[in-house]
Design a protein around this ligand. Structure first.
Ligand SMILES: NC(=O)c1ccc[n+]([C@@H]2O[C@H](COP(=O)([O-])OP(=O)(O)OC[C@H]3O[C@@H](n4cnc5c(N)ncnc54)[C@H](O)[C@@H]3O)[C@@H](O)[C@H]2O)c1
Length: 347
């Protein structure tokens, strides 16, 4: 494992993205997202992703100096074309737009298409909660990035089609649901692979459709199972709905549409909760709910009941300023990207 300070890591990622053509602002924003995800322990969406972004830019599939464009809007809605720009830049723009519209109109729905990997959806849900608003975000893989088997199937047919929701809390962090509809994010299998350890049972199938715990089997064409394992019909049904909301309704790609490039097509829904309940009452009642849930006999005394979003809030407090530990293959990828652009290498 490689230990590195978050600031140094962010500077290295920023330099690589700038050298690949991104503006200083956009390079810093993407680097901040990636490093912040590592700080939160969501290594599946941390710096491990940068290699793919740079490779996609090299192939011309990602345009680092492109920007998003509003193609159609009303006071409550907008359709955003991401122009194949850096996903985090486009999703931040679209989330800001949804926040602005919900602030004036009370609710908003913004769709995004032609957008590269947007990373951890929770980041945008946190952005909305930070503005005192409620969010629901749905994201697919634009018909590419296919890695999840449908319930009762054994081959890749869907992306891991994540969903995020957030509600402001008045606690250390917002109430935050942020999950793949597959049993785990595909990036988590990448992390197990980079660390050279098996995945938990029940996550993946090999390319012949047999259960496996070897991340290499997944890399060689295996599939992730839908969330719920034996009850995977629920994860699969959620993933299906995400295809419709994020893929069909954005005008982006859907699984089974092989002509498209990987795109994190999305639908962002923002609601002003104060149209329904004063903020003070929302915070008070959600705090009663949280306390009620925490005040229970525990299955394991060392494992308290948490509210959704609490792991991220705790990790942010605990890890800020500490060095980040990354697997050696991630360091090797960084070194290789720094060399490609003749940038200074880490010691
Ligand atoms: N961009 C993409 O295409 C894409 C695709 C799939 C997933 N992702 C991202 O991958 C990340 C990981 O997804 P995942 O499905 O592996 O998530 P996960 O299994 O790590 O679950 C995370 C969610 O569960 C909550 N949680 C965790 N432990 C909890 C506990 N004990 N009590 C209550 N709540 C708890 C967290 O607060 C969070 O909302 C997410 O950030 C997601 O947005 C992105």
């Amino acid at each position: 494992m490689w230990k590195v300070s978050p600031t140094r890591l962010e500077d290295m990622c920023t330099a690589i993205l700038r050298a690949a053509g991104a503006s200083g602002h956009d390079a810093r924003l993407v680097a901040d997202h990636l490093v912040d995800n590592d700080i939160l322990g969501h290594h599946s969406h941390g710096v491990i992703r940068l290699w793919d972004y740079i490779e996609a830019a090299h192939r011309g599939e990602l345009i680092p100096d492109a920007g998003a464009r509003i193609v159609n809007e009303t006071p409550t809605t907008a359709q955003v074309d991401g122009g194949w720009a850096l996903g985090q830049v486009v999703a931040t723009f679209a989330t800001d737009l949804a926040i602005e519209k919900a602030r004036t109109a009370g609710v908003s729905v913004v769709t995004v298409r032609r957008v590269k990997h947007i990373g951890r959806l929770g980041r945008y849900a946190e952005q909305v909660a930070g503005a005192g608003l409620v969010s629901m975000i749905f994201t697919n893989g634009g018909g590419h990035g296919i890695n999840q088997a449908p319930f009762r199937g054994t081959e890749r047919r869907l992306c891991s089609n994540p969903i995020a929701m957030s509600v402001p809390s008045g606690l250390a962090g917002p109430f935050l649901l942020d999950m793949a509809t597959s049993v785990a994010a595909e990036g988590k299998v990448r992390v197990y692979r980079a660390r050279g350890v098996p995945t938990p049972p029940g996550w993946i199938l090999d390319s012949d459709g047999n259960p496996s715990t070897d991340p290499e089997d997944f890399a060689e064409g295996g599939a992730l199972l839908p969330l719920g394992r034996a009850e995977g019909h629920k994860g699969y049904a959620l993933a299906f709905m995400v295809e419709l909301l994020a893929g069909v309704m954005s005008g982006g790609g859907i699984s089974g549409d092989p002509a498209r490039s990987f795109s994190n097509d999305s639908m962002i829904v923002v609601i002003d909760p104060e149209l329904f309940v004063p903020m003070a009452e929302l915070e008070e009642r959600s705090s009663i709910l949280t306390e009620h849930l925490k005040d229970t006999r525990l299955a394991d005394e060392s494992q308290p009941v948490l509210y959704p979003g609490e792991p991220e809030a705790e990790a942010r407090l605990a890890n800020r300023g500490s060095d980040i530990e990354l697997p050696d293959p991630v360091r090797q990828q960084l070194v290789s990207m720094l060399r490609r652009f003749s940038l200074p290498e880490p010691d």
